[in-house]
Design a protein around this ligand. Structure first.
Ligand code: ADP
Ligand code: UVW
Ligand code: MG
Length: 408
């Protein structure tokens, strides 16, 4: 029997999302989520998609990512989809920070683990969780290839003019300070999918991708190649996010240290966890913010306006970087679902050929779709992202290739 299944693990700071896929037809066999890891109120939701399968939930304290992954393995086993299955070809892991070294999906060995560990200071919310996921998966199936698919990989094509900060070169090089960019798997998938939606080849199309989830980032993609992106050394720069500030004057940090007497760690927590939409109005969920705006809540309205203003600035910036734009693609939780965000982000940009059609924009759907008026110069598109499918494809391509080489 040839092994054709891939388990994908996307370990976030306090959650694990996972999918088991059969790569013969990209069919999902099971999907699930463990959230609020480390809290008393953790929740595991597991949904087998095989015939007769029923969704199951566990509500109990799950202390860490190791315990979470073991619980996931048990749930999969209950459906006859356990990690011991000979049909499992590999496990694909989302790894958020891969530095400059990793431009491709990579089979994980000791050296790869060492490098991902070395990068923890520049991805403190993400890389430790990714590492625990990998180590636990390795302990459960030591014989199986474990593949890392890096958020940073798609952005390694950026020119130096976009990737370098204008700070002293020797200092920057010593500390490897540069723009790395994140959410690359999503930016790659969505830019390609947008070209398909336009009925054109990725090489012919320039796209601005707006990935608006809890973390949020924009990218400028020219002919399938990333030329700029809004996240930087860490996933803190750029757009306003759920709990992250995005761009601030760097002097805010010295000011808080000197005048506010805050420590570096306190400021780190402030900008990463207590800022963004949460910092502005107390809620990080765009649904809740829209509800509060409808009730006349002033703080929620201002938070929304700050969020959209930043977004619009990046659309303008990347329009200028690309020179010609064929599509602006909205994706991830907010981008796919929040019609008011899409409408407000392109409001007043008719001169740039950008507008949404009110009726098309209001439609709810899981399908990729164009929401700009017919004959608009630039297509405004909603393109649901699928990081898990993309990770599974890259993982499977790599192990299938290796298997081929070993047999020759
Ligand atoms: N129906 C909706 N309307 C508006 N916003 C939504 C809706 N559904 C989800 N969101 C937003 O999407 C966010 C989650 O996005 P997602 O891409 O799943 O994030 P992540 O993968 O970073 O956890 C939520 O915090 C919420 O703000
Ligand atoms: C890199 C990043 O911000 O990821 P997420 O949106 O999953 O937090
Ligand atoms: Mg996400």
């Amino acid at each position: 029997m040839t092994a054709t299944r891939i388990l994908v693990l996307n370990s976030g700071s306090s959650s694990v999302k996972y999918q088991l896929l059969d790569m013969r037809d990209d069919a999902r066999l099971a999907v699930g989520l463990v959230e609020r890891i480390g809290e008393e109120t953790s929740r595991l939701k597991h949904t087998p998609l095989t015939e007769g399968g029923r969704a199951r939930e566990q509500n109990r304290a799950i202390a860490d990512h190791d315990e979470a992954l073991k619980a996931v393995a048990e749930e999969l086993a209950r459906d006859g989809l356990g990690l011991d299955s000979p049909e499992l070809a590999a496990i694909g892991h989302r790894v958020v920070h891969g530095g400059q070294l990793f431009t491709q999906p990579t089979v994980i060995d000791g050296a790869v683990l060492g490098e991902v560990e070395r990068l923890i200071p520049v991805a403190p919310l993400h890389n430790p969780a990714n590492l625990t996921g990998i180590r636990t998966a390795m302990s459960l199936r030591p014989d199986l290839p474990q593949v890392a698919v890096f958020d940073t990989a798609f952005h390694t094509t950026m020119p130096e003019s976009a990737a370098r900060y204008a700070i002293d070169v020797a200092t920057a090089d010593e500390h490897r300070i540069r723009r790395y960019g994140f959410h690359g798997t999503s930016h790659a998938y969505v830019s390609r999918r947008t070209a398909e939606l336009l009925g054109r080849r990725p090489e012919e199309v320039n796209v601005i991708v707006l990935h608006l989830g809890n973390g949020a980032s924009a990218s400028a993609v020219r002919g399938g190649v990333c030329v700029d992106t809004s996240m930087g050394l860490t996933p803190l720069e750029g757009l306003v996010m759920g709990t992250r500030s995005g761009d601030v004057d760097p002097a805010v940090i010295f000011h808080l240290m000197r005048v506010g007497k805050m420590s570096a760690d306190e400021i780190d927590v402030l900008l990463n966890k207590k800022s963004g939409l949460t910092g502005l109005c107390g809620d990080n969920d765009m649904r809740e913010i829209r509800r509060r705006i409808d009730e006349g809540d002033e703080a929620a309205r201002l938070a929304f306006e700050i969020y959209v203003h930043r977004l619009k600035k990046y659309i303008g910036a990347y329009y200028a970087v690309l020179g010609r734009v064929d599509a602006v693609a909205f994706t991830a939780g907010v981008g796919e679902n929040a019609a008011p965000v899409r409408e407000a982000a392109v409001a007043g940009l008719q001169e740039l050929g950008l507008a949404v059609d009110g009726e098309l924009n209001a439609v709810r759907s899981d399908e990729p779709r164009i929401v700009s008026p017919e004959h608009a110069r630039v297509a405004v598109a909603v393109v649901p992202t699928d990081e898990e499918l993309e990770i599974a494809r890259q993982t499977y391509a790599l192990v299938a290739n290796r298997a081929g080489e070993h047999h020759d």
